[in-house]
Design a protein around this ligand. Structure first.
Ligand SMILES: NC(=O)c1ccc[n+]([C@@H]2O[C@H](COP(=O)([O-])OP(=O)(O)OC[C@H]3O[C@@H](n4cnc5c(N)ncnc54)[C@H](O)[C@@H]3O)[C@@H](O)[C@H]2O)c1
Length: 258
């Protein structure tokens, strides 16, 4: 009989106020982790903490923008001071703004930069301030969130998003190689389309929803908990020999190859 899979661990999850980050925060806490819930939306962060506490778990809310270095430093330091260490760094926060992030020829520089700031620089900042604490803890797990869009071109372009997620693949591998001997593993999950607030405006169109479902071999979209379950594996010691890996969690979408 195994005990809780994350007993004694502290996990910082960015964008944990909603969607996949919230699902992971709740799941990690059920498995014994103490969770630092970091989000730009204060009320959302508090609601995740409340949900965890209602379940008997332990969580701490901290609010800030992952694209702002001073905010990330403060969120990491406040969380680590509260719980006394850090073992799991889950870089989940990200934005998809299809109205502003289009083809390179149609995207304003300002929006390109802002998407990169959140989706890519945010991971750089979290790693910059988080990795020293993982090293101090004797090792840990970094989980980054990519996207199937980084693996395949899409007919409807979202080029800043796609490029930011592609860069995270390279960064994940570099981190895995650099820090392996210090007991830190780094992996990246590529979700398919997941039913979260991010996708809600696009999935409201029944034609778009049906076309996403039709393009997915499993014939449906993902629930946030289905991504969180893979993150739980990567966070736990069950994945002790997994580092530098890319794991699509996409209902078979990328396996179709077309
Ligand atoms: N939903 C999908 O279909 C899908 C598919 C592939 C990859 N992803 C990726 O999964 C991750 C989570 O997506 P989701 O669908 O749960 O999104 P979501 O929009 O439902 O939730 C994202 C959370 O991140 C927070 N956030 C946004 N900007 C932030 C910032 N600057 N600083 C701190 N927090 C911020 C939001 O407040 C929100 O709580 C993202 O990286 C996203 O790109 C999502």
């Amino acid at each position: 009989m195994f005990g809780p899979r994350l007993a004694g661990k502290v996990a910082l999850i960015t964008g944990a106020g909603m969607g996949q980050g919230q699902a992971a925060a709740v799941l990690f806490a059920k498995h014994g982790a103490r969770v630092i819930v970091a989000d730009i939306n204060h009320d959302a962060a508090l609601s995740t903490v409340d949900a965890i506490r209602r379940d008997g778990g332990d969580a701490f809310a901290t609010t800030g923008d992952v694209g702002t270095q001073s905010d990330v430093k403060r969120m990491v330091e406040d969380g680590v001071s509260h719980f006394g260490g850090l073992h799991i760094l889950y870089n989940n926060a990200g934005v998809l703004w299809k109205d502003r992030d289009k083809s390179v020829v149609d995207t304003e520089e300002h929006w390109w930069d802002r998407v990169m700031e959140i989706n890519l620089k945010g991971v750089y900042f979290a790693c910059k301030f988080g990795i020293p604490h993982l090293i101090a803890a004797g090792g840990g797990s970094i989980i980054n969130i990519g996207s199937v869009s980084a693996l395949r071109g899409f007919t409807l372009p979202q080029d800043a998003y796609t490029a930011s997620k592609g860069a995270l693949i390279s960064l994940t591998k570099s981190l895995a190689v650099q820090y392996a001997r210090q007991g830190i593993r780094a992996n990246i999950i590529h979700p398919g389309i997941v039913e979260t607030p991010m996708q809600a405006p696009y999935l409201a169109d029944p034609g778009k929803r049906a076309s996403f479902e039709g393009a997915t071999p499993l014939g449906r979209l993902a629930r946030p908990e289905e991504i969180a379950q893979v993150a739980l594996f990567l966070a736990s010691e069950e994945s002790s020999y997994v580092t530098g890996a890319e794991i699509p969690v996409d209902g078979g979408y990328t396996a179709t190859g077309g």
